[in-house]
Design a protein around this ligand. Structure first.
Ligand SMILES: Nc1ncnc2c1ncn2[C@@H]1O[C@H](COP(=O)(O)OP(=O)(O)OP(=O)(O)O)[C@@H](O)[C@H]1O
Ligand SMILES: Nc1nc2c(ncn2[C@@H]2O[C@H](COP(=O)(O)O)[C@@H](O)[C@H]2O)c(=O)[nH]1
Length: 187
């Protein structure tokens, strides 16, 4: 056994990364690394726990962290900032010596892979566009946001070729089983 590892749930928008990442993370006792964002919380964020996936910050607070070099990677999506804090990753991996997980887009996954090398294991989730659209509608995501996800689908789906594991998220239970098996193979 090597490690600790940073398991990255990445993939196309709306592919089920949060649903699967949080379930498997909890089940396997991985340390969650929520990212930071300036975007406002949405009704469709984790119900009753909008801060489970994100730390919501003002733009000023985000920019101050950025100026202080606190982020290991950042992206701008639709004029909003997102970032993963270096201390959150490194406290888990190097100080607590725990396996951790984070949920980011392919650009973030690539930056984290470059930074942490073999400690990073990328799990790429995807489904076809029609399924993404139907699931986002059912989740109550606005048409505008769903449309944004679908517009970048072709760019994002290509990144699966770089990832250590690629899983099509059709039925939830078989997907969970495949992800569990993929992660356990590293532990
Ligand atoms: N296998 C599945 N079968 C049916 N519905 C699913 C499945 N996996 C996820 N979903 C549903 O699809 C929706 C999108 O999933 P989720 O929010 O986890 O995706 P995401 O990739 O984290 O999205 P985002 O791009 O917003 O970060 C949710 O409503 C979730 O319950
Ligand atoms: N590179 C990063 N991507 C991130 C981070 N936090 C979230 N994300 C990804 O952004 C989009 C948009 O998310 P939404 O919740 O506003 O719809 C999605 O693909 C997320 O996975 C991050 O810190 N870095």
């Amino acid at each position: 056994m090597a490690g600790p590892f940073l398991f990255i749930f990445t993939g196309t928008g709306g592919s089920g990364r949060k649903t699967i990442g949080n379930r498997i993370g909890e089940e396997l006792g991985l340390c969650p690394v929520p990212s930071y964002t300036t975007r406002p919380p949405r009704a469709s964020d984790a119900s009753g726990r909008p801060d489970r996936d994100y730390h919501f910050l003002t733009r000023e607070a985000f920019e101050e962290l950025e100026r202080n070099g606190e982020f290991v990677e950042t992206v701008t999506i639709n004029h909003e900032r997102y970032g993963v804090r270096r201390a959150d990753v490194e406290n888990a991996l190097y100080h607590a010596k725990r396996n951790a997980y984070v949920i980011v887009n392919p650009e973030g996954a690539e930056a984290l892979k470059k930074r942490y090398g073999s400690a990073v294991i990328r799990l790429f989730l995807y489904t076809d566009k029609a399924t993404v659209k139907a699931r986002l509608e059912a989740k109550g995501v606005s048409f505008e946001i769903a449309d944004r996800y679908l517009n970048v689908y072709s760019d994002e789906v290509i990144y699966r070729k770089q990832c250590e594991h690629v899983i099509e998220n059709l039925e939830l239970l078989p997907t969970l089983a495949r992800i569990r098996e993929a992660i356990q193979a590293h532990l």
